[in-house]
Design a binder for this molecule. Structure first.
Ligand code: HEC
Length: 137
């Protein structure tokens, strides 16, 4: 058992190193998430509130109340849902939006891979003011 100790100590020291590794990982997640967003969502959703958008713009989506983009013609199901877009709700939506909310007019997307969800969430968080939205409620 003891022969593992130096390796373990080195590993712990490396993961405890401040800053750099975590920030880099976060940036990588956000840019991977942006690429995935471009692939799976962007053709229907703008990522800012100025661009034209077939579906509602997803700028500031994290912790936003569902159905709250003014002037967007939501389905009754979405408008009346009363939910807030927490990470868990967004995961369920990406995985099976029509199962999660029968009656929505968003076509089924079906992203089941948790890592892909993680990356897209990291990107959506980067274009959201999550802390502020959390405190509105
Ligand atoms: C084919 C077009 C299309 C694609 C692709 C698409 N969406 Fe949508 N999305 C819509 C439409 C249309 C609505 C409005 C649904 C309604 O009113 O029921 C919507 C609604 C949403 C909402 C609710 C927004 C709000 O203001 O409450 C979220 C969140 C969302 N989509 C996330 C995504 C994500 C993330 C992806 C990519 C993984 C994606 N969508 C892919 C068309 C699309």
């Amino acid at each position: 058992m003891n022969y593992l100790a130096p390796a373990l100590a080195a590993l712990l020291a490396a993961t405890a190193a401040p800053g750099f590794a975590n920030d880099t990982f976060e940036e990588v997640k956000i840019s991977a998430g942006q690429a995935l967003f471009d692939e799976a969502c962007h053709r229907c959703h703008a990522d800012n509130s100025e661009d034209p958008s077939y579906g509602p713009s997803l700028e500031n989506i994290l912790y936003r109340a569902a159905g709250s983009v003014e002037d967007y013609d939501y389905s009754t199901a979405l408008e009346a849902s009363g939910i807030v877009w927490t990470p868990a709700a967004l995961r369920a939506w990406m995985e099976d939006n029509q199962g999660f909310m029968p009656g929505t007019k968003m076509r089924h997307v079906g992203i089941e891979d948790r890592t892909v969800q993680d990356f897209i969430l990291a990107y959506l968080d980067s274009i959201s003011d999550s802390e502020r939205n959390k405190s509105i409620d």
